[in-house]
Every structure is written in structure tokens, then in C-alpha cells.
Design a binder for this molecule. Sequence first.
Ligand code: GDP
Ligand code: MG
Length: 299
Amino acid sequence: NKTTKLNFKSGFIAVVGRPNVGKSTLVNELIGQKLSITSHRPQTTRHRIHVIDTTDDYQMVFVDTPGIHMGNCKAINSYMNKAASSTIANVDVILWLTEVGKWTKEDSRVLEHITRIKTPVILCINKIDKLKYAKEVLPFLDKVSQKYQPTDLFPLSAFKKNDIHALRKLVLHYLPEQALIFDADYITNRSEKFIVSEFIREKLMRHLKDELPYDLTVEIEQFEQNGNLQRISARIFVDKASQKNIVIGNKGVMLKLIGTEARKSIEGFLDRKVFLKLWVKVKQGWSNDKRALASLGYN
Ligand code: GDP
Ligand code: MG
């Protein structure tokens, strides 16, 4: 029984940082399972998602936060900022991700949030695999150290198994000795339905160009299991009629491509056959309108 084991540790770990530094990738690697979507686009992660890794020795509850953003008047950004701030004050340790060589104004903004909070911080400098020589990390380390002294400084590549292993050990150091927080078989606070909608959104973000994906959300309308078949119908909301045409594509090719790729990912996740139907609907100004946001679950 895991709960009675001596020296068992458990706790919450917030993963913060500006968009696109690799937060979702890092969490997926740390727990070794894909639950949080990733893409090369900023703002892929909109909601707070807990993912939980339980072993015989520990339970780590990772809180993958939406990025802390620059002040932009859209309601969705303010929602995301609030979610990130309240998360970091209530965890055992913060993993703050930055990207080597790329300190931006948004990183400075994250720093402002971080300095207000007493929680220990492991400042991770990610994507060092992009460097030709390891020592190239040093100027960036210097620059960052002048701005802030974290509890720990950890250069890594989220793609390197050894780095992930070492980081897991370091994180464990900050967790208190206590029993399980969640049941051992509980891997996320999000429903299957939610994760499915995120898979669809991930494919949209991957394939659509320009600003379009920020004005788009996915709502699952049907989610029914018949034996080994899952029937899913999802509606994609966009801001303008012109965007609807882009999502559908010439003769429907784009929507078909997105549907096929999403279906494959969902089948892998649910481990059953999936019948996926996608619709596109214009909902004007949804990302600016708090009420429209609430009706889609962003509150
Ligand atoms: P988030 O917005 O912070 O959650 O970032 P994501 O996890 O979605 O990652 C953004 C992009 O950075 C994706 O294309 C990832 O594949 C890439 N990425 C993440 N970690 C690394 C890394 O260690 N090295 C490199 N080269 N790319 C990375
Ligand atoms: Mg993310």
C-alpha cells in the first residue's frame, strides 16, 4: 500500500513561463505520457491542467499553467494571467522555464509575478540541445543571474532523458514527506472529453497559419461510447466567416486533414476506434466577450 510507505513524498509543482518555452513538452516528458498538448505556436495551453505521476516513492502533481502574457486587452488573456498567478502561490515548488538565448519582455513579466512569491523556484533553461557547445549557455546564465537568483538553476533539454531524470530528482527534493494527495490511478483532473477537445485544437494550431488559431476554440457536442467505438462530434468556433473558410479549406481538404490526424491521436489516447465529425461555426468576437467565454467553459 503506497500510502503507508515510509518516506513517501507528494506535492504540487507549477510549471510556469512565457508561451512556447516548452512547458507542456516538459510535463509530458516528466510523466512519460502525453496529456498536455504542444505545438510550435504560443498560447497552445489555455486551461490549467493537472497531470499526476505516481510511483512507489512519490506522487508529483504537475500544474501546467497557461503562459503569463503581456497585457493585451482580450478577455482570454486576462483569464490566462489569473489562472497562472493563483497557481504559483499554492504549490511546493515552481519550475520556471526559459529558453536559452531568448530572454524576452514576456520573461520579464513572468519574473515580476515570481518575485512576489515565496515558493522555491527552479529556474530551468530549456532547449540547450539547440546549442553547438554546452558552454554557450554561460552568457545566458550570467544575464539571467543578474536579474534574479532562483533557489536552483537548471539548464536542460526537455528532449533528453538524462536531463528529465535529473530534474525529477531535484523536484523530489522539494516535496514534503506525506501521503498520496490523489488516488494512485488518477492521472489527470481533466475529463477524457476535455483532453479530446485539446487534441483537436492541437491539430488546428499545427495546420493553420497566421493569427487564426488564437480566435478559435473547440466544443465537444457528442461523446458516446458504443462498445469499442467512440462517436465524437465537435464544433470549432471561429471569429469571422473568412476564418471559417480557411479552417474548412479548398473543397474541405483542411478540415479533413485535421480530422484524420485528430482521430488518430484520439484513438491512441482512448485506445478504441473513433468516429470523429467536425463542424465549423462562426461566433463573432468570442475571444473578447467574457460571457461568450464563460459559455464555452473559460471561467
Ligand atoms: P509551451 O507553450 O511552453 O507549453 O511550449 P510547448 O511545450 O508547446 O513547446 C513549444 C515548442 O518548443 C514545441 O515545438 C516543442 O517541440 C519545442 N521544444 C520544447 N522543448 C524543447 C527542447 O528542449 N528543445 C527543442 N529544440 N525544442 C523544444
Ligand atoms: Mg503549453
